[in-house]
Write a protein of this length. Structure first.
Ligand SMILES: [Cu+2]
Length: 141
């Protein structure tokens, strides 16, 4: 009884304080800029780097590109798969090995790696596909 009687009073004081503050300078009381600034910073870090598009051939063991190029840093290859066969995209070279998940028709396999200047190979890591021709060169410079 004592607590429930106190709470409305405290809340009442806070509301009064906020209302007083807002009334004093409504333009000054906007904490939104700092919040959005933080979001922008983390968004830039997460979304940074290059995104390269690649597509598997609909019927053959090939990609639509045999060469890709990127600048040093974070690189993402997004491979769409219109084929009835399962495929993925992987990157290999200069100590980097990374592979996207194997996906079926209509899905996208994505691989991200931190690369420096040099030559890398992108390929499909499904058994036999790379050997059949599902590979290409990623040049970073
Ligand atoms: Cu494949």
């Amino acid at each position: 009884m004592h607590i429930s009687a106190t709470r409305p009073l405290v809340l009442g004081l806070i509301v009064t304080a906020l209302a007083g503050c807002g009334g004093g300078g409504s333009k000054a009381t906007t904490p939104t800029p700092s919040a959005s600034a933080t979001a922008t910073t983390s968004g830039a870090a997460a979304g940074g780097g290059e995104k390269l598009a690649l597509q598997a051939d609909k019927s053959r063991l090939k990609f639509n590109k045999s060469a890709l190029s990127a600048k040093p840093g974070k690189v993402t290859i997004a491979m769409t798969n219109p084929s009835a066969l399962q495929h993925n995209v992987a990157i290999e070279g200069n100590g980097v090995t990374a592979q996207g998940k194997i996906v079926g028709q209509g899905a996208t396999s994505t691989v991200t790696a931190n690369v420096k200047a040099g030559t890398y190979t992108f390929f499909c890591s499904v058994d036999g596909h790379r050997q059949a021709g599902m590979e290409g060169t990623l040049t970073v410079k």
